[in-house]
Design a protein. Structure first.
Length: 453
């Protein structure tokens, strides 16, 4: 497949760009990237795409999400994090396999239609008798066609133990570890180009015990998979950690084995200089979720300082109960704008840094920078062709500026491993209208069950 006559932003180490260039895809990998038209003598070309008026970039990488929340959007809209969790946990604790499958379909569909080629779902609510929730999520990702990491979450600290979730919404320590190990053994693919990977992901300091964090880290390293959790999201979390553990979140994570290049954490809003230095020294990654942080009033993460220190940073949608749009391409813009409200002001982030967060930065955070995140020969052909010649963008001369600062750009083509997943704004492998109907029905069913108690 040949894509030519388009602007190219490779997001490689040198930020190489071409005002008019080409990308050649052979099978599931990128064969060549360069200026001008593709060579005329290429053999076995099955499709040649004229990208005039377009920008091609690496596919977007979403590093943090909670798919199940698709069916609880629009609730508790004026709450901070802790109050929001208390309001919604009783509803979430009543999800089942059918609901989770529909919610995963909705979450994946909106992202894939908007240029996401790799997605993470941090799923941590496993009510007893709810069915095969992990299998349902993985099935939805496979059907949509995106590259996928299930961060198999868990909670074992209920209300009676000082946690936030109700007791009937948590697992036991032994049950959570056993189910997580079974999920890794059944689904994790460590090979180059893997479509499904598993990370071990106890939920947060205020919903899991120290034992689950520590033994989860040991399990991950024994199995050779990555670790993920929430960290330093709110000032209330920091207070909680000091009261319960006698130290701040970063020191607590370090004491349980949760800093390292195989770890990434969501949010990291309230980080002091020593926290950032610890993350940089250990190469612990961060999933920055600007819209969710704003929706819950959590604050502004110190992304410019993290990047300057050498912390790997990617972007995340976060759950759609705290970011109702559910789209990652809008996070490029929001990351740039919200960080400019911080102390660095207009020097906080520029358009190319925002694009890097959403592509190569995400690949780094997931440990897949050798495979995805930039347009380079030998890497997987995960890429997006953005249409920038319509009313919304045509008068912006610089295509990367148009993509990041402008309105959400239409996706003319999205490839995952060279396979088209979305084309001309529509998904190719799933029925968006059917998904919309099923997610509405499951949201209504969950609301009824929750109201009945």
């Amino acid at each position: 497949m040949v894509i030519e006559n388009c602007a190219v932003a490779t997001v490689d180490a040198d930020d190489t760009e071409y005002a008019s260039g080409h990308v050649v895809v052979a099978g599931d990998t990128i064969e060549s990237v360069g200026p001008g038209k593709a060579p005329e003598d290429l053999q076995n070309v099955v499709r040649r795409i004229d990208g005039t008026g377009h920008l091609v970039t690496p596919g977007l990488v979403n590093t943090h999400h909670h798919f199940y929340q698709w069916i609880t959007r629009g609730l508790a809209t004026d709450h901070n994090l802790f109050n929001w969790l208390v309001a919604l946990y009783p509803t979430w604790a009543r999800i089942d396999e059918q609901m989770v499958y529909a919610a995963a379909q909705g979450s994946l569909a909106i992202m894939a239609r908007g240029g996401v080629t790799t997605a993470v779902d941090h799923h941590y609510v496993y009510p007893r008798g709810a069915g095969d929730l992990s299998g349902a999520i993985i099935r939805a990702a496979s059907e949509t066609g995106v590259r996928f990491t299930l961060a198999r979450g868990s909670m074992d600290r209920g209300e009676s133990d000082g946690g936030l979730p109700p007791d009937f919404a948590v697992e036991t320590l032994e049950g959570a570890l056993a189910a997580t190990e079974e999920t890794v053994d059944r689904y994790h693919d460590a090979s180059f180009g893997a479509m499904t990977q598993i990370a071990i992901a106890p939920c947060s300091p205020f919903s899991v015990t120290t034992e689950l964090l520590g033994q989860g880290a040991e399990l991950a390293r024994r199995k050779g998979v990555r670790l993920h959790t929430h960290g330093s999201e709110t000032v209330e979390e920091e207070k909680f950690c000091h009261e319960l553990f006698g130290m701040g979140p970063t020191d607590y994570f370090e004491s349980t084995g949760w800093l390292g290049e195989d770890v990434w954490m969501a949010h990291c809003v309230h980080m002091n200089d020593s926290d950032i230095a610890a993350f940089a020294h250990t190469r612990t990654g961060v999933a920055h979720c600007p819209s969710s942080n704003a929706r819950l009033g959590a604050g502004i993460a110190r992304v410019p300082d993290m990047l300057a220190a050498g912390v790997p940073v990617g972007l995340g949608v976060d759950g759609t109960a705290s970011n109702e749009s559910g789209e990652l391409h809008t996070e490029l813009r929001n990351a740039l704008l919200i960080n400019r409200l911080g102390p660095h002001r207009e020097a906080a982030l520029n358009a190319r840094q925002a694009l890097r967060l959403g592509t190569y930065g995400g690949a780094q955070v997931l440990g897949r920078a050798a495979e995805i995140g930039s347009l380079e020969p030998g890497k997987l052909a995960d890429l997006v062709l953005w249409k920038l010649d319509t009313l919304a963008h045509a008068s912006i001369a610089d295509p990367v500026t148009a993509l990041v600062f402008g309105a959400a750009a239409p996706v003319t083509l999205s490839l995952v491993g060279g396979r088209p997943v979305a084309e001309n704004g529509r998904l190719l492998h799933v029925d968006e209208d059917a998904i919309a109907r099923s997610t509405r029905a499951e949201a209504q069913r969950l609301a009824r069950i929750s109201a009945e108690g």
